[in-house]
Design a protein around this ligand. Structure first.
Ligand code: FAD
Length: 322
């Protein structure tokens, strides 16, 4: 019996991989079993220090140029075979945009159960996970009785914790016999910009209150000041004011940043489904009765065209950037 964590990478190990390792480490400790990890990518080389103190015994590293980018054909059979070889009884991954497909495919290949997009995972004689359902209105607790039990963890819900500085043993594996039907050669920067929305620590979103696509710079200025990713409501995506990759909500992306700033967004339940697990929510809206004010931690009743530039200037001042 052991726990296996899937380490996501994009050139470098992603923060959500270290969060998943932290959660997996607690599960392994509670179950009294070993925690191992699997890395698939170009090279783990100088990143093993990133894995220090996370309680991982061994990292099985499959390093090859052809595996630099995730591919279902490449990654999924490797993990399936490794889970079977190690006899892993718990497998934990990330519910990033990529991880949701990755974990679902691994679960399907193993013929097992997966609790997707969990916000908490624990061990209580069996694997338990908490996950929001019904557009985030209810948090359900599920017990996964199948073996291996699988969970994908929403990015940003677990704080990375280290205990000591012991680095895991790296077990290098040969390139397995996988037939790659497609090889991704290069990934261009996504429309959502440099910071991936689902993994961003700060998100600033704009809604119909911005009035038109020509006004994005007002919200972008605040996002830039905070080092935030840019989000959007569905109304502005449907209106063609911004690409769908920015949409937050039930039919968009689910985010859990440390700070979420909603500018000119009413706070419909479908929008809340994508952001209500944010740690601190700030709303700027000129309607004091907007539903977002029932959810937010800080509400500013006012015109976003006045508030956003003021807030951006204050943030820059506080950060010594002005
Ligand atoms: C099946 C389904 C799925 C959906 N999925 C999603 C989803 O994934 N994500 C999503 O966001 N929505 C989703 N929706 C749509 C959702 O119901 C709302 O229609 C949408 O979220 C509204 O977007 P909004 O808040 O930008 O616009 P509005 O509801 O029109 O709100 C605009 C807000 O801006 C304020 N405002 C106007 N001018 C200013 C100003 N100058 N300064 C400050 N505030 C101002 C107004 O007071 C208002 O509160 C879905 C709906 C359905 C039926």
């Amino acid at each position: 019996m052991s726990v296996l964590v899937l380490l996501e990478q994009r050139g470098e190990l992603k923060p959500c991989a270290l969060e998943a390792a932290t959660a997996a480490s607690k599960v392994a400790q509670a179950a009294g079993v070993e925690l191992n990890a699997v890395y698939i990518g170009q090279s783990l080389a100088d990143q093993s220090a990133e894995l220090a103190g996370l309680g991982i015994a061994k990292v099985y590293a499959y390093e090859n140029d052809a595996l630099n980018y995730y591919s279902n054909d490449g990654y999924v059979p490797i993990v399936r075979d490794l889970v079977q070889e190690l006899g892993a009884t718990v497998v934990i991954g990330s519910a990033s945009a990529l991880g949701k497909e990755y974990c679902a495919s691994v679960a399907a290949r193993l013929g097992t159960e997966l609790a997707q997009d969990a916000i908490e995972v624990s061990w209580d004689g069996g694997l338990k996970a908490k996950k929001p359902v019904y557009a985030g209105k209810i948090v359900s607790e599920v017990s996964i009785t199948a073996s291996p039990a699988m969970v994908s963890l929403r990015p940003n819900v677990v704080k990375i914790e280290r205990d000591g500085d012991a680095v895991p043993e790296i077990v290098k594996r040969d390139m397995p016999q996988v037939s790659l039907r497609t090889v991704l050669k290069e990934a261009a920067v996504a429309a959502a910009g440099q910071i991936e929305l689902t993994e961003a620590k700060v998100v600033v979103s704009g809604g119909r209150g911005i009035g038109g696509p020509e006004n994005w710079p007002v919200v972008q200025e605040l996002a830039d000041a905070l080092g935030a990713a840019l989000g959007a409501s569905r109304a502005v995506v449907d209106a063609g004011w911004i690409h769908h990759s920015h949409q937050v909500g039930q039919t968009g992306k689910v985010v859990s940043p440390d700070i979420y700033v909603a500018c000119g967004i009413s706070g419909a339940i479908q929008h809340q489904a994508g952001m209500r697990t944010s740690k601190l929510i700030v709303a700027i809206n000129k309607d004091p009765n907007a539903p977002i004010f029932k959810l937010c931690d800080y509400g500013i009743v006012g015109d976003l065209f006045e508030i956003c530039p003021l807030l951006a200037a204050e943030v820059r001042k506080a950060l010594g950037k002005e």
